[in-house]
Structure formats: structure tokens, C-alpha cells
Ligand binder design. Structure first.
Ligand code: PLP
Length: 392
């Protein structure tokens, strides 16, 4: 579901000369996993988990980090920590991954979908105030492709209306807004290490908590709703159930893998950014010829090379280009069938604005392969195929 590969490509059994994604391995993953095994601490919250937590606290300014099994479970933890109750409303884009919404629906909340901006496909901050009702509890900005939402405006609206801001920073490791790291700007944020992301652990995620007042409860929720942490700190002689939580800790083997990745996070990001810019430069003439649109971003936002996408003028052109690339063995994918038009989105959510940009842009978007090791010759080949498609 994360990446929507053309079913026709799958059916035709076309060999993938250029896959959409390939996780980069640093070479230290197995070494650290072996160390974890030798250390005889296999469950969660051991030394490797601590290294990963420290890395995020240092690199985002978070007051506390909690590794989880996925970005999805980080969002589910955020909904518990945010004390989201049945009937509460949560404002978010419809152009996002399923679990941005389902994490809140699980607590009985209603996702209120607002439209995205035409330039960067992030939620349109100018639509938020109109969508706020007495039931609104939180705003969930999704930094699409690792490009920052207008966080100053979003945080100001949240402050005025006493709302939580839960950043969906699944795409956003080492991206920033006005020089401030994404994930460190809302009340809390969720990060993903799914194999398609920049920094991976197969499946994995983290909840970053930026409000110190929430830390004690975050520990409790992370540890199945118990005060197990106080027990290990020697503050109590037994631990018991205190509130609703779950088993969110990944094992030390996952944390060991992740630590190997985080140590090279700057390198991985830089290499992906190089791929990103090569596409961007080579596609400029096609944008000038009005054949397609390239990503746009403001001076306030940085690029972390997570996603390179183009927007075609019409859905039919997008679909035809996707088929053209597929036939040549290039795995290009589209992204996010809007949640408001899905069966569950209609059942559990509602629209908080018109969703015209969401409907149109999601149908016109095409993502190109991007990974560390994708060489200039392969990128040039993909762009040549795109030019060929347009008869250039
Ligand atoms: C915007 C967004 N939020 C949340 C998630 C969920 O992350 P995970 O796959 O780690 O559960 C994804 C996954 O692709 C995503 O794209």
C-alpha cells in the first residue's frame, strides 16, 4: 500500500531493470545485531535503543524519543498520548497514508480532511481555521516527500485554539523548516523506518515527544500502560497497570540495525539528495516546455531526497507514462489514493474543505526510483525514456 506499483507491470512480468526502491545497507547492521545478541539483552530498551533515542533527541531537539515497531504504531502512540477521545476531530490532509488517519480512528476520533497546496502537496494551512470546531483536538501536518509544511502558521493556529500538533514526519528524517529539524516542531511527531524510507530497519518507527510534560505518560504508554520504568529505576518495588498503553518497544536487534543506519544518516541523505537534484536539473527543460511540473518548495524548507515526483497535466498522461516506463523495466509508482474517497475514509472521516487539489494532483503524480547507488547513467536513462514518451 505504501508504494503503488502498476498492476500491469506485475502482470506482464517485466523484469525490473531499475527498481523503485533499494534499501542501502551500511555494512554495520549485522555486526551490531551480533553485538546485541552477545550482550544478552534481546528485548527492547537496551543500549542500542538508547543510542537511537539519543541520536533523535540530539538531531531534532526532541525532549524524548520512543522507538516503535512502525511509523503507524508511533502515530497510534501519539493518539493515546494526546488523549484523543471518541468524537474528537483531527484535522489532516486526505493526501496521505492510511494510518495517518486510522491511528486516530482507533481512538474513536473523526479525521477531518482538508485540501493540499498546489505547490508542495502539503496540507493548506489557510484552510485549517475554517475546519476547526468545538470538537477539534489536533492538527496532523504531513511533510510530504520530506518537504516542510508551514509550521509557524500551523503552530500559531494550534496555540490560539489550544490544539495539539502531531507531525507526521514519516518522510522527514534530516529535513528542516527555517533551519529547525522536522519532527521537532509539533507537540510530538511520528517517524518511519519502513524499508522504503531514507533510514530503514525493515519495519520500524519512532515517536518524538517535544513537550517535556508528556514524557512520563509517554514512558507508561510505551511500556504497556505500566510504571515498569519506575520499577527499573528502583523507585517502586513492583510495577502495575496505570493507563491504556501497548507493547510498542522493538527488540534490540531492530534497534541495532537502526543504529547502523543512523550513524550514516548524513551520508545516506546526501546521496539521495544528489539523485534528487539530477532528476530535477534534467527535467527542467520539460517543465519549461509545460509537459510536466517538478516539485516546488519554499526557501524555508530543505530537501532530504526522500521522494522525487513529477506532476503530469492529466491523469491519463500520468497513467500512459507509467506504462511506458514499466515496459522499459523502470518501476515508477503513484502515491496515495486520497483517503476521503476510500471506503473507510468515507465511513470514519469527513471533508473539512473542498478537496479539488487532492483529487486532481494525486491522479497526476508519478514518483521515480530513488535510492543510494542509483547512478547517473540510470537517472539519465529514465529521463531519456520520459523525453521519448513526449516525442522529444
Ligand atoms: C505519511 C506517512 N505516514 C505514516 C506512514 C506509516 O509508516 P509505517 O509504514 O512505518 O507504518 C507512512 C508510510 O509510508 C507514510 O507515508
Amino acid at each position: 500500500m505504501t508504494d503503488l506499483v502498476s498492476p500491469s507491470l506485475r502482470k506482464q512480468n517485466v523484469p525490473l531493470a531499475i527498481p523503485f526502491t533499494k534499501a542501502y545497507l551500511t555494512g554495520n547492521e549485522l555486526r551490531y545485531i551480533t553485538e546485541a545478541l552477545a550482550g544478552n539483552h534481546l528485548c527492547g530498551n537496551g543500549p542500542f535503543t538508547e543510542h537511537c533515542h539519543d541520536w533523535f533527541n540530539k538531531n531534532t531537539g526532541a525532549a524524548g524519543t520512543f522507538l516503535t515497531h512502525s511509523g503507524t504504531s508511533a502515530l497510534e502512540m501519539a493518539a493515546l498520548l494526546g488523549d484523543i477521545q471518541p468524537g474528537d476531530e483531527v484535522i489532516m490532509p486526505s493526501f496521505t497514508f492510511v494510518t495517518t488517519a486510522s491511528a486516530f480512528v482507533m481512538r474513536g476520533a473523526v479525521p477531518v480532511f482538508i485540501d493540499i497546496r498546489e505547490d508542495n502537496l502539503n496540507l493548506d494551512e489557510t484552510l485549517i481555521t475554517k475546519a476547526i470546531t468545538k470538537k477539534t483536538k489536533a492538527i496532523v501536518p504531513v511533510h510530504y516527500a520530506g518537504i516542510a509544511c508551514e509550521m509557524d502558521t500551523i503552530n500559531a493556529i494550534a496555540r490560539e485554539n489550544d490544539l495539539l500538533v502531531i507531525e507526521d514526519a514519516a518522510h522527514s528524517v534530516l529535513s528542516s523548516y527555517k533551519g529547525r529539524p522536522l519532527g521537532g516542531l509539533g507537540t510530538m511527531s511520528a517517524v518511519s523506518f519502513h524499508e522504503t524510507k531514507n533510514i530503514v530497519s525493515g519495519e520500524g518507527g519512532a515517536l518524538l515527544v517535544n513537550d517535556e510534560k508528556l514524557l512520563d505518560r509517554a514512558f507508561t504508554i510505551w511500556e504497556k500502560g505500566t510504571n515498569r520504568r519506575e520499577f527499573f529505576l528502583g523507585k517502586v518495588d513492583k510495577y502495575t497497570w496505570h493507563e491504556l498503553g501497548s507493547s510498542y518497544l522493538p527488540s534490540e536487534m531492530t534497534a541495532a540495525f537502526l543504529w547502523a543506519q543512523l550513524q550514516q544518516a548524513q551520508y545516506i541523505t546526501q546521496k539521495r539528495v544528489e539523485v534528487w537534484h539530477r532528476y530535477h536539473d534534467l527535467l527542467q527543460p520539460l517543465e519549461e516546455a509545460e509537459l510536466l511540473r517538478r516539485p516546488q518548495w519554499s526557501q524555508d524548507a530543505s530537501i532530504n531526497g526522500h521522494i522525487y515526483y513529477i506532476l503530469l497535466p492529466k491523469p491519463e498522461i500520468r497513467d500512459a507514462l507509467l506504462t511506458h516506463l514499466s515496459k522499459a523495466g523502470v518501476e515508477a509508482v503513484f502515491h496515495y489514493l486520497p483517503l476521503h474517497s476510500s471506503t473507510a475514509g468515507q465511513k470514519f472521516g469527513r471533508a473539512g474543505s473542498d478537496l479539488n487539489n487532492t483529487n486532481h494532483l494525486s491522479a497526476c503524480l508519478l514518483r521515480f526510483p530513488i535510492w543510494v547507488g542509483l547512478g547517473p547513467a540510470e537517472i539519465d536513462h529514465i529521463v531519456t525514456l520520459v523525453k521519448e514518451f513526449f516525442g522529444l
